[in-house]
Design a protein around this ligand. Structure first.
Ligand code: F0G
Length: 459
């Protein structure tokens, strides 16, 4: 049963099939080009798309918009200290702003930076600072039902250090939950092991904490040591080992925009804090607002406290699990157990007749729109050219936004796509126009159904 009732509503409409066909064609078979009003259930991302609470909206009215010394900043700082255990923060406009502030201060030319798996913007900011991002997930992490498939392979980090030298590894990163690995959680045991490795190297240990509350929920559920703890207690415990956190408030900050860097109040980290603070002022804004209005700081201060409330996080993680179950019940191959924020579908298995060079993931994304105005995102060979990533489609649930009937609609949409597949009506897509930077192509490339090309060639 949902732990919320609606008090403010946003109308949505299911366009008819002809409209959906026309929208898809106009969008160049790229759902980033769709107008949001043409989308019925929007599962593109869980980032900044959630619903705020009445207490968050109320707090926004008290925003102190002073350039310096804002009381709203003090309230955010106190919330971060209480909920996450970090006393010093540098606010930023969103997660990648925080990444720029911290990684620009930590990483230099020729450095190597291990992480369980780098999210795209993390990878880009490490590279932009001259470093080499290195993914160290557990081998075969997604092959069976592991409770903590998101863990860092600490031995792989040690191997990397043997190869490149400890002096060239300034930081060890850990992303909880592991977004690029199907949103899978990381155990506290693994957090402790990562801390140990960082100590061996004399490196800074950073946690990307944007989904820290969801991770804490899984830890309580699956790691016996924490079975009797509150989510709030686990949330603090798992972060207590880190020297610094990078936070996108658009996820477990329960806000539509905002982020920060948190740095522990430890004299050994004073230099890092000073450099990061200067970078914050340069790129984000003065230290007491950094890219956010006072009202945004207020909303995040309240949101962080709500994120570790039992009823919120249980409702959240269970809803994602329910969507996974609905799809699995209909024979859709989904990653199990489901992660914290999204259901990941194996598009290659769902559309076995669409070959890799016809983008089965993107074909599925387009079919979900065509059949039900559902918007997901491809995270396979279309988004990541020249990698051997599996052909995944991610369906991310915005927080506190959709209800059971929306999930049913998504499941029924999959049934209709399966009917079209079985009738041999899904042949895949080909790219007709793509940007120069291949890594960014899923945002702006345009495609067309392969059938269309064959028809054109026949003309
Ligand atoms: N780190 C992780 C693990 C993320 O998932 C994201 C964003 C960021 C950093 C960057 O934060 O968007 O506030 O700048 N993930 C979004 C997503 C975009 O759809 O998964 P941001």
């Amino acid at each position: 049963m949902r732990a919320y009732k609606a008090k403010m509503v946003s109308p949505i409409r299911l366009p008819d099939r002809d409209e959906r066909e026309a929208n898809l064609e106009r969008a160049g078979y790229n759902v980033f080009n769709l107008d949001s009003e043409a989308v019925f259930v929007d599962l593109l991302t869980d980032s900044g798309t959630g619903t705020m609470s009445e207490n968050q909206w109320a707090a926004m009215l008290t925003g102190d918009e002073a350039y310096a010394g804002s009381q709203s900043f003090d309230r955010l700082q106190q919330a971060v200290a209480d909920v996450m255990g970090f006393e010093r923060i540098i606010p930023a406009h969103q997660g990648r702003g925080a990444e720029n502030v911290l990684y620009g201060a930590l990483v230099g030319e020729g450095d190597y930076v291990p992480n369980n798996t780098h999210f795209d913007t993390t990878r880009a900011h490490i590279a932009n600072s001259g470093g080499e991002p290195v993914d160290c997930p557990r081998e075969g992490a997604l092959d069976d039902d592991r409770p903590f498939a998101g863990d860092l392979d600490v031995e792989a980090v040690r191997d990397l250090v043997d190869e490149v030298g400890a002096e060239n590894v300034p930081a060890v990163l850990l992303t909880i939950t592991n977004n690029s690995l199907a949103g899978q959680p990381v155990s506290v045991e693994n957090v402790r092991a990562a801390r140990e490795v960082a100590d061996e190297l004399d490196a800074v240990f950073v946690i990307d904490a944007c989904r820290f509350a969801e991770n804490a929920y899984f830890v309580r559920e699956r790691e016996p040591e924490f079975a009797d703890d509150s989510v709030a207690e686990v949330a603090r415990e798992q972060l207590s080992y880190a020297d610094a956190v990078v936070m996108s408030g658009k996820k477990d900050g329960l806000v539509n925009v905002g982020g920060f860097v948190g740095i522990r109040d430890d004299p050994e980290l004073d230099d890092l804090y000073a450099t990061a603070r200067e970078r914050g002022i340069l790129y984000e804004g003065f230290t007491t607002y950094g890219g956010m209005a006072g009202r945004d700081l207020e909303a995040m201060a309240v949101g962080l406290r709500e994120a570790v409330e039992e009823r919120y996080v249980a409702d959240r993680v269970d809803q994602v699990r329910r969507l996974g179950d609905l799809l699995a019940d209909r024979g859709v191959p989904v990653q199990r157990p489901t992660g914290g924020h999204a259901v990941y579908v194996d598009a290659a298995a769902f559309l076995p007749d669409v070959p890799a060079d016809r983008f089965p993931g993107q074909a599925l994304v387009c079919e979900l729109y065509r059949e039900g105005a559902v918007r997901g995102v491809e995270l396979g060979s279309f988004a990541f050219p020249e990698t051997d990533r599996p052909e995944l489609v991610r369906l991310s649930l915005p927080r506190r936004t959709y209800g059971a009937d929306h999930l049913e609609h998504v499941a029924e949409t999959f049934e209709r796509v399966a009917d079209r597949r079985d009738a041999g009506e899904i042949a895949g897509l080909e790219i007709v126009d793509e940007p120069e930077m291949a890594e960014l192509r899923h945002f702006s490339a345009e495609l067309r159904p392969v059938r269309e090309r064959e028809a054109t060639t026949a003309d």
